[in-house]
Design a protein around this ligand. Sequence first.
Ligand code: G6P
Length: 610
Amino acid sequence: MCGIVGAIAERNVVEILLEGLKRLEYRGYDSAGVALLDGEGNLTRTRRTGKVKELADALHTHPSKGNIGIAHTRWATHGGVTEANAHPHFSSDRIAVVHNGIIENYQRLRSELAAKGYGFDSDTDTESIAHQVHYELDQGADLLQAVHNAVKKFEGAYGTVIIDKNDPERMIVARSGSPLVIGFGIGENFIASDQMALLPVTRRFMYLEEGDVAEVTRTNVTVYDQDGQIVQRDIVESDIEHDAGDKAGYRHYMLKEIHEQPTVVRNCLQGRLGEHGISPNIFGQDADSILDNIKHVQIVACGTSYHSGMTAKYWLEQYANVSCNVEIASEFRYRKSFVHPNSLLVTISQSGETADTLAALRLAKSLGYSSSLTICNVPGSSLVRESDLAFMTLAGAEIGVASTKAFTTQLTGFLMLTLALGKHNGMSETDHKAIVDGLHSLPSKLEETLSLTQGIKDLAEEFADKHHSLFLGRGDQYPIAMEGALKLKEISYIHAEAYASGELKHGPLALIDDEMPVIVVAPNNELLEKLKSNVEEVRARGGIMYVFADKEAHFQSDNTMRVINVPHCSAAIAPIIYTLPLQLLSYYVAIIKGTDVDQPRNLAKSVTVE
Ligand code: G6P
């Protein structure tokens, strides 16, 4: 989704901005732009639809310079993908603005500003920010005050950076609903929507909080809270690897991230899982005493993270004896829901910035939940800062839009949460030992599973000309089937639906023919015989099946069924293990189809608008 980079320095900031934008490409976008203000007071702007490379080429063909600059990658919400709608937006060739989020009352603002004589060159909500600030300046405010006044008029979400041609010593930034981080250099300062953008220039960051407005000069940063009072925000040192953005020799980030899973799962377990169980308080300070009272878990998330929550429900109810509901964040936040006594609200998120999940957490705070926990991959993100407890998945930067290693580390975290809650709710010794042993074996089992790559590549050939597919699973493999279908949709654009296989008779059987591949996840568990009956129902109707199965499940390949044997593993970790072949399948189908694997069309990595 949209990305922001800003810089104020002695030197020309063009390359800093372009490098920052490149590092934000993974978020998904459709156009990009830069505005630069030089020492002679010239404000210039370059915008392009398409990739950052087009913008970089334009800036290299017609060199521009500036010691202050703001840059943006846009993921269209209001107005089509055109150069005129790309940011930065100007007001009277004086004010330049980049913005993430949505100004929901923009139509009213546009009418008011039009009545005051402002003309609009774009269809965006953002242009009204530029004009509103300009209007406040015209009323006699200085730039800082103008932004303070302007933001009072905005409804919705914004992370915005504003520069004024007539005030060339500072950038003003404002945050409400869309994250912004200030990066501290030596004699130069930076701003971005995501610290990834700034890692080549600094490791010292300050996260703005809701309602903050900040003045950023070359040497100083002053932050004002929503009441206009000067406040101190912590400066943190980032430990993200500088080269986290490298593909390490892999063709795509997604493939690199799939292959990193044994390592990152090992990192996620390290220091948290001992020989006989989990270490104390791995979910945060005082977590054990907080979890001691929990009798119900409400999970809220979006996308792939929602699927890990769905899997966790099976585990928490089966092993930890704790009741659990799972809901899509955009649904949860807009309905009246029942809060069980002693409930823990768990948000799951790779980015920690997904707008609906964050809004759900904020809503939950007013609903009477005992406590909140986030299972998240990005340190310092909004969900981490605003939750009572945080469990970091330690998957490292995930760049591919389609989530892979974030998902398997989330599931690893959930198995540990199952152990933690189970301890207080009568989990059996046998289940406890099975999960602990399963977790110990997980990294090596994941490594073993990656060796299926060649067989899956061959299988992918049979998919590439298909338009629809069906994924089937039962029990805790049903959410894994859902995740498999999501992966295929996201990166190969093949329509894929997942069903709990017991539901086959209630509709999807009508779709079965030899043009509709059916993918089945079949570990050797207590539901195997039921699943085998479902497989026969598909076979009887001429369906072609691809079965990912435990060897001991005794499926045989024949002319209607291809069996891919997945390494034998314990039941507790099977959902994590069976995720890998499905990730590989979508990846290789996408390769054959020639899609943009890391940045699939229309999708964004971090969805910071609702
Ligand atoms: C987007 C991403 C998905 C991700 C979802 C939730 O749709 O493309 O990969 O699962 O957002 O994101 P989160 O960061 O909250 O896990």
